[in-house]
Design a protein around this ligand. Structure first.
Ligand code: SF4
Length: 317
């Protein structure tokens, strides 16, 4: 499948203050990241809080300005364009139902998005809304209700319908199963899979829940302190992780079968204002050597479509 969205050596600086009175440097939340997401796949981005995954997503959406590098969407360079030209990329919040206006009937909320996107004919809007509510498994009559009259699951479906009405090609899902119990989680994942097939969507799936990522993603990038440290097919990455950070994340992840997990990762990720020299993971890595503290590892090929940035990935395996 061809690439639909990609980032090339993308860097994003946050929090810089410039001017006569203030001259504070920012932090580089995303540092030289390159990813290539193919049409129709579900591409996972994983890592601890603060690793840069949400900043990367916001930058791909055009909500955050990149400081260096390039973003391409459907073959066109959209770098530094903001949201202009990126309408094909939409974002689904952790709880899409929370984005619904409590004072508006569901139908009015859904119609508003269509109006903004230039669907002027009211009958056409109503027809599309009815069809979309049915597509996400809801009774079209729910258009007459207010959000508080819906269950949490129904609100979630309406939130997703709102995004899908805009006919996106790429949907960024930010922790779509966070806080859900297992049965609701399974229903949400089924709905997302069905919608992907029905509307030919590509997903960027941001999550720290590795058991979910393993089930739904085709390929996965693992981020640490603003960098991608390992990338590969989900099957290979989960079966044979090469980077010590990926291995530690997987070992510490809760198991669906209830089996005991490995030791938690030692310590917390360092601040972006004090990024360690050499390999950024070296203060927490059990395999670190003196070289790791001075020499920055570059991504190496560990197998077909599998890259890893670690001096000792062969030993880790
Ligand atoms: Fe650990 Fe060194 Fe590999 Fe970094 S480069 S992950 S410190 S072994």
């Amino acid at each position: 499948m061809p690439e639909i969205i990609g980032a090339e050596a993308l860097s994003v600086e946050l929090g810089a203050k410039r001017g006569l009175l203030k001259n504070r440097p920012g932090v580089t939340a995303v540092d030289g990241v390159s990813i290539s997401v193919n049409e129709g796949e579900t591409f996972g981005i994983v890592g601890e809080s603060g690793c840069g995954k949400t900043t990367l997503a916001r930058t791909l959406l055009g909500l955050q300005r990149e400081s260096a590098g390039r973003i391409t969407l459907q073959g066109a360079d959209v770098s530094r364009s903001g949201r202009v030209g990126r309408e094909a990329v939409q974002y689904v919040h952790q709880d899409p139902g929370a984005a619904l206006d409590p004072w508006w009937r569901v139908g009015a909320t859904l119609a508003e998005g269509l109006k903004i996107h230039g669907v002027a004919d009211s009958a056409e809007r109503q027809a599309r809304i009815r069809d979309m509510l049915a597509a996400v498994g809801l009774d079209p009559a729910l258009a007459e209700r207010y959000p508080h009259e819906l269950s949490g699951g129904q609100q979630r479906r309406v939130g997703l319908a709102r995004i899908l009405l805009l006919r996106p090609r790429v949907v960024i899902l930010d922790e779509p199963t966070a806080g859900l119990d297992l049965s609701v989680q399974a229903a949400v994942l089924r709905l997302l899979r069905d919608m992907r097939e029905k509307f030919g969507l590509t997903y960027l799936f941001i999550s720290h829940d590795l058991s979910v990522v393993r089930r739904v993603c085709d390929r996965v990038a693992v981020m640490y302190l603003g960098r991608v440290v390992e990338e590969g097919s989900a099957a290979e990455l989960f079966a044979a992780p090469r980077h010590p950070y990926t291995r530690a994340l997987l070992a510490a992840a809760p198991r669906l079968d209830g089996a005991e997990t490995g030791p938690a990762l030692p310590g917390d990720p360092p601040s972006l204002r004090a990024v360690p020299s050499g390999c950024r993971f070296h203060p927490r890595c059990g395999l670190a050597t003196p070289e790791c503290a001075t020499r920055d590892p570059v991504p190496e090929t560990a197998g077909p479509g599998h890259s890893v940035a670690c001096h000792r990935w062969r030993d880790a395996a």
